[in-house]
Design a protein around this ligand. Structure first.
Ligand code: PBG
Ligand code: ZN
Length: 325
């Protein structure tokens, strides 16, 4: 392939030609929409650091989920903000918790929409850590017991998929075992397998008021400098029964998405996190970038890196754009 016999520009000349040789497809089928459910009714509280996103009470969450389903988005992932936080995060496994209630209501309105529930304790504990604390440190195995209770209560509420996000050792095995014991053999596990300790979670922690009151999450989330460790973490989750593995965040970790999708024979999800969303929104609001182009370029880039599905706050926005194409 040599100039002037081969001219790469030939196939870039028109949109139709470009469309014929496009290597990566972004489809609405790839999108998962995260939602923040709060107690009460009629609540739609804007999240300042995530323009366009809101904390929603169950009734409003149902409306939003229906909107997502109408746009063809296959799945939503629910995060709950409890009525009351305590030391162990016990509202996470309450049959009347916001996530359990929202899941029931959403499945009733949109039976075909896949409802995923994030399973962690940082939104539910008064100290903001992702499990039970023992002398200031996260007690791994005590936290696993609570995780097992939580995913079973989610399955009872009709959730299709649980997404344990705490980066505890053995968390996928604990979920699979407890679900199977209770007969929920078809409940899917989407594991946050390679989740990095990241500054990009800032706006999310405002949204769910989950910033650790003391210390940070570096004792359980991964060091951002590590790649081989991601393969190790993901392999463990595969062995423990994960159905989908996730890399999170997405943009500073596209190389990790690539490695995992090359090496692991399971669907790979990538989480385009709150800070990544906030940066695009802020720059677009200032007129510094074109939002439409940058959102599509970003999501396509995550797909190109190897992600089969993308959890993104831009899901509804992107789905609407894709429908026009
Ligand atoms: C916590 C959790 C986090 C996110 C989802 N679940 C981050 C954290 O606080 O450690 C981040 C999502 C986002 O930033 O969009 N288990
Ligand atoms: Zn957590």
């Amino acid at each position: 392939m040599q100039y002037p016999d081969y001219r790469p520009r030939r196939m870039r000349r028109t949109e139709t030609l470009r469309r014929m040789v496009r290597e990566t497809r972004l489809s609405v089928d790839n999108l998962v929409y995260p939602m923040f459910v709060v107690p009460g009714t009629g609540v739609e509280r804007a999240i300042p650091s995530m323009p366009g996103q809101a904390n929603l009470s169950v009734d409003k969450a149902v409306e939003m989920a229906a909107k997502a389903a109408d746009l063809g988005i296959p799945a939503v992932i629910l995060f709950g903000i409890p009525e009351r936080k305590d030391a162990v995060g016990s509202e996470a496994w309450s049959a009347n918790g916001v996530v359990q209630k929202a899941a029931k209501a959403i499945k009733k309105r949109c039976p075909d929409l896949v409802v995923i529930a994030d399973a962690c304790f940082c939104e539910y504990t008064d100290h903001g850590h992702c499990g039970v604390l023992h002398e200031g440190h996260l007690d791994n195995d005590a936290s696993l017991e609570n995780l097992a209770r939580t995913v079973v209560s989610y399955a009872r509420a009709g959730i299709d998929m649980v997404a344990p996000s705490g980066m505890l050792d053995g968390f996928v095995g604990a979920c699979r075992e407890s679900l199977d014991e209770e007969g929920f053999i078809d409940t899917v596990i989407m594991a946050y397998s390679a989740k990095y300790a990241s500054g990009y979670y800032g706006p999310f922690r405002d949204a769910v008021d989950s910033a650790p009151k003391s210390g940070d999450r570096r004792g359980y989330q991964m060091d951002s400098a590590n790649a081989a460790e991601a393969v190790r973490e993901v392999s463990m989750d595969v062995a423990e029964g994960a159905d989908i593995v996730m890399v999170k965040p997405a943009l500073a970790y596209l190389d990790i998405i690539r490695v995992i999708s090359d090496e692991i024979n399971l669907p790979v999800a990538a989480y385009n996190v709150s800070g990544e969303y906030a940066m695009i929104e802020a720059a677009a609001a200032n007129g510094w970038i074109e939002k439409e182009r940058v959102v599509m370029e970003t999501l396509t880039g995550i797909r190109r890196a190897g992600a089969d599905m993308i959890l993104t706050y831009h899901a509804l926005y992107a789905a609407a754009l894709l429908a026009r194409r």
